[in-house]
Each structure stands twice: as structure tokens, then as C-alpha cells.
Design a protein around this ligand. Structure first.
Ligand code: PMP
Ligand code: GLU
Length: 397
């Protein structure tokens, strides 16, 4: 069997976020008393007006291949919306639609890197980043950031890392998965200026752009340093903002030259994104703002409640998430008492003893942590916290 699988594919393992989410669902369906805070997806229904656009697209026969880069009305609508939002002009030819933001990132990595090029990634990172970098033949360079500075990259640290060796691309994510880090305007601008001066390309993953809380605001590096436009691919999409994870629509914005190559690659790799979902996404972009904001407000309420309860639990620490829908919690002070050696074993023990499924921080580059998603109802969140508190008491009480 080992001869059948290529060297290239031998080390690919399933995504832990997706597989643990499936595990929680399967256990529940089998009747187990399990609460899962694994899901990195909104628990809301896709808004009715968006669903209606999809039914209409089917009825109107909009069910064929579309242009590889996506349907023109959607590319134009995104260009118009983001020209305003980012404060610099984008044309439809500078926008491309893919099968989810994950796919957009993959396409961008393929087009921006040569085999062996370094892509700088910061901990805590989304699990798929290093894998995607390796899949396109480039080399992930992991830069460890820690909780002392709320896992934030400082301009000084960036300069020091670049001085050691200059990466071809930086993969940056704000609001961040898994710690909810949101960079301020000053921080984004300082980082952006360094990238521009050093001639480093940027993939800016802004998929959680609309999910920010309290005083935190999202700033895209290109809006604060417009000179970055040509060397930056801004990634976003409808999955998180409009509760459309299963529709698989992501967007990339860059120069027309980069977008042209990305769409040529996509044309050969997958043809085009799903036609029906693109028409639905058009309605999301044009008419979904009110529902999007309602969901954000609900997430903010849950975050406050969850953070308040979590902060009362001894033995754990966490940065207050400014965005996205995750808490990244340092549980390492409990490892010895629980008899575990890291986050994976900690999560296994928690599942076995209390029926609570969380995502270990190890695959995000932070083995001292576990990730809680607060994209669930208050009832489920409270049930999960009861179980977690109980577990902590068992080992500290
Ligand atoms: N980037 C980050 C940081 C994410 O958490 C996700 C979640 N899946 C994505 C990109 C991809 O989103 P999509 O579902 O649109 O592929
Ligand atoms: N991004 C989400 C998460 O981190 C969804 C799962 C995935 O695509 O990895 O849980």
C-alpha cells in the first residue's frame, strides 16, 4: 500500500477542526451525552433572503459552469463594496470567487510562491496554514508569539525575524482564529509599512472582518498602506459573516495580474465555484448587512457571558478575544495534575470524563492551550462551562 501513495501525500492528515467537529456530531447522533465547542462556524441558519436567491437561481436555470473567476455581477458587487470599505479602488477584474476562503488562500499561495520559498506564519495560527504552504511546495516558517503580548506581532519582532531571513510571503490573520486577536490601526499600519519597505508579499486573511466586539475594529493592511495593493491578496468571503459555511464561497482581491493567474490556476484545478452559491452570495453581499449585524450582536453577547464565567475559573488564563468566535485558553497549569503531556491528551481526557469536546491548541502551534468556540447557543455554552468547571474542580479542588 505504501507504494501506492506518493511521497508528497504520505504526510497529509485530516484537518483537526473539521474532523473533531464531525466527531462531536457523530457522538451526539449516536445518543452520547456530548457537548462540542469545536465548530468554527456560526450556528445560525443562512438568512432566508439568501436561501431564496439560491432557489431562484435553480428555477431560472443558473446551474451551468460560470467563468472560472466567478460571475461578473458578484465580482462587480464585491469590487464596489470593498472599494468603499477598504478606501482604495478595486475593479471586478481584481476580484476572484473561489470555493470558500480556504480555497482562495490556497490559490493565492500557489500563485505567490515558488517551490522552497518561505512563508512566514505566526502562532497561534489556523491549522490549515502550514499544511497549505507545504502542499504548494513552499516552506512554512513558524514564528512563535506568546500570550504575554496577547499573541500579537510587534513591528520590532517582525523586523528582527525579517533580518534573520526574508520570507517571500507573510500569512497574516486578523481577526484571528484561534485567539480572536484583532490588531489596532497603528499596529496594522506599522506592520504594513515594514512589508512594503522590505518587498514582502502579503496574504491577509480577513474572513472574520465583520465579527469584532466592543472597541475593536477591523483594519485591512491595504486600507492603511494602499501601496501594498499590488503585493497583497486580501482574503474574505461569506462563510462566517452570513452563516454560509456550507455554501463554499470565498473572495480574493488583488491586482488584476495576480487575479488573472489565480483564476487560470482555478480554471484547471476546479473549473469554477458553485454557480448557485455564487448567486446566493450576491444577495448576501447586496442585502445581507442587517442580518449580518444581528448575528454579530448575538455573538458579542455570548462572548461577554462566556468570558465572564471563564474568567472565574482558577488555573486558566486567556486573552480577551476582540473578534472571531473563539477563546484560546491556557490550561497548561493543569497538565501535571491531570496526568497529561499536552493539549491533545487534555482534550481526550475532558471528552472521556465530562463529555466536552474542545479543540487542542497543539495543531494551532500552542500546545499549552485549548480552543473554545462560542458559536453556539447560550444554553449549550453554559452546559459546556458547567462541564469544564467540574473538570477543573476534579483536578484542583
Ligand atoms: N481562514 C480562517 C482563519 C478560518 O478560520 C477559516 C474557517 N474555515 C477560513 C479561512 C476558511 O473559510 P471558508 O469556510 O470560507 O473556507
Ligand atoms: N475554520 C473553522 C475552524 O477553525 C472551520 C473548520 C475549518 O475549515 O478548518 O474551526
Amino acid at each position: 500500500m505504501s507504494d501506492v501513495i506518493s511521497e508528497r501525500a504520505k504526510n497529509i492528515e485530516p484537518s483537526i477542526t473539521l474532523s473533531l467537529n464531525t466527531k462531536a456530531n457523530n457522538l451526539r447522533e449516536a445518543g452520547a451525552d456530548v457537548v462540542g465547542l469545536a465548530a468554527g462556524e456560526p450556528d445560525f441558519e443562512t438568512p432566508a433572503v439568501i436561501k431564496k436567491a439560491a432557489y431562484e437561481a435553480i428555477e431560472q436555470g443558473k446551474t451551468r459552469y460560470t467563468p472560472a473567476a466567478g460571475i461578473s455581477p458578484l465580482r462587480e458587487a464585491i469590487a464596489e463594496m470593498y472599494s468603499k470599505r477598504l478606501g482604495l479602488p478595486y475593479e471586478g477584474s481584481e476580484v476572484m470567487i473561489s470555493n470558500g476562503a480556504k480555497h482562495s488562500i490556497f490559490n493565492a499561495l500557489y500563485v505567490l510562491t515558488n517551490p522552497g520559498d518561505e512563508v512566514m506564519i505566526f502562532t497561534p495560527y489556523w491549522v490549515s496554514y502550514p499544511v497549505m504552504v507545504k502542499l504548494v511546495g513552499a516552506k512554512p516558517r513558524i514564528v512563535e508569539l506568546n500570550a504575554d503580548n496577547d499573541y500579537k506581532l510587534t513591528p520590532e519582532r517582525l523586523k528582527a525575524e525579517v533580518a534573520k531571513s526574508k520570507p517571500k510571503v507573510i500569512l497574516y490573520n486578523s481577526p484571528n482564529n484561534p485567539a480572536g486577536i484583532v490588531y489596532s490601526a497603528e499596529e496594522v499600519e506599522a506592520i504594513g509599512r515594514i512589508l512594503h519597505r522590505e518587498g514582502i508579499s502579503l496574504i491577509s486573511d480577513e474572513i472574520y472582518e465583520f465579527l469584532t466586539y466592543k472597541d475593536n475594529k477591523h483594519y485591512s493592511p491595504v486600507s492603511l498602506v494602499p501601496e501594498l495593493k499590488e503585493s497583497t491578496v486580501v482574503i474574505t468571503g461569506v462563510s462566517k459573516s452570513y452563516a454560509m459555511t456550507g455554501w463554499r464561497i470565498g473572495f480574493a482581491l488583488s491586482s488584476s495580474e495576480v487575479i488573472y493567474r489565480m483564476s487560470a490556476y482555478q480554471a484547471h484545478a476546479t473549473g469554477c465555484p458553485n454557480a448557485i452559491s455564487q448567486w446566493a452570495a450576491l444577495t448576501a453581499v447586496k442585502e445581507g448587512a442587517e442580518e449580518r449585524e444581528m448575528m454579530r450582536v448575538e455573538f458579542e453577547k455570548r462572548k461577554e457571558m462566556f468570558g465572564e464565567r471563564l474568567s472565574k475559573i482558577s488555573s486558566v488564563t486567556f486573552p480577551d478575544p476582540g473578534g472571531a468566535f473563539y477563546f484560546l485558553v491556557d490550561v497548561s497549569s493543569m497538565y501535571e495534575r491531570c496526568g497529561v503531556s499536552g493539549s491533545g491528551e487534555f482534550c481526550e481526557k475532558l471528552l472521556k470524563e465530562k463529555g466536552l469536546l474542545l479543540i487542542p491548541g497543539g495543531p494551532f502551534g500552542c500546545d499549552n492551550t485549548v480552543r473554545f468556540s462560542f458559536a453556539s447557543s447560550e444554553k449549550i455554552l453554559n452546559n459546556a462551562l458547567d462541564r469544564f468547571e467540574n473538570f477543573v474542580e476534579d483536578y484542583t479542588g
